[in-house]
Design a binder for this molecule. Sequence first.
Ligand code: B12
Length: 210
Amino acid sequence: MKDDLINAIAELDEEKTLQLVREKVKNGETPLEIVEQCRLGVEKVGQRYSEDMYYLSDLVMSEEILRGVMEILEPYFSVPGFKNGVKVVIGTIEDDIHDLGKNIVISLLRSEGFEVYDLGVDVKPEEFVQKINETDTGIVGVSVVLTFSISYVKKLVRLLHETGLRDKVKVIIGGYPVNEMIREYTGADYFQTDAKKAVKLIKRIAGLEK
Ligand code: B12
């Protein structure tokens, strides 16, 4: 993978980033390959922020750049004419407002025909449970990017047990910090930090793929 796009984002060079994205699309790179390079770029922004090289305003800038990228790529995640009949409830957990990753996963799921209920950001565990009940959905995706919000995912799983829904719902968590340890801690069924693999996993859970 070439580093030009990763570096343009890491340097917060909006013009160069958008130009590179347009070029890459023209040259036949897939939207997912491009998104992955962008993700690595914003990861560098995050690193620089933790090392006090960048300020909060720079994180905001990286968000703006990534939104511009997604505007260019959106038409390539086109929604097909068919629905695959599987519902997914998805949202970013309580106190967390990071939604760029979640929105990428949603675009991909919709492009595969899933019916996605997007609860947005800062979603309380109770709201997830309410939506799962209301829509009779068997798959819930939870995005958690801030480590201090992880405990709310655990609370969501506990609530699913308490409301008798646990056996009917598969819980998949995703987001920058998640790993097997966090999956185990929260009681979720699966974790995935790669949007493409996440969609494959959800298709498998739904019985659409082996
Ligand atoms: C952009 C950004 C912001 C933007 C968010 C914009 C937005 N609308 O999302 C803004 C500026 C608002 C922001 C604010 C803050 N941020 Co911030 N932010 C980032 C940054 C740079 C990039 C995040 C991002 O969008 N990545 C790109 C996406 C595509 O990647 P992703 O989220 O990992 O998603 C992928 C996968 O994880 C997966 N996935 C995602 N969701 C889901 C869901 C499911 C179900 C599945 C299966 C898969 C999946 O698919 C995606 C595509 O591959 C990160 C750095 C980093 N390394 O992540 C810091 C970072 C996450 N932020 C951080 C912090 C501290 C904050 C603030 C607290 C800063 C402050 N002092 O106010 C606030 C918190 C606000 C809040 N209450 O949530 C820290 C978190 C540290 C921690 N341990 O919790 C980070 C890691 C930076 C750092 N190194 O310190 N931030």
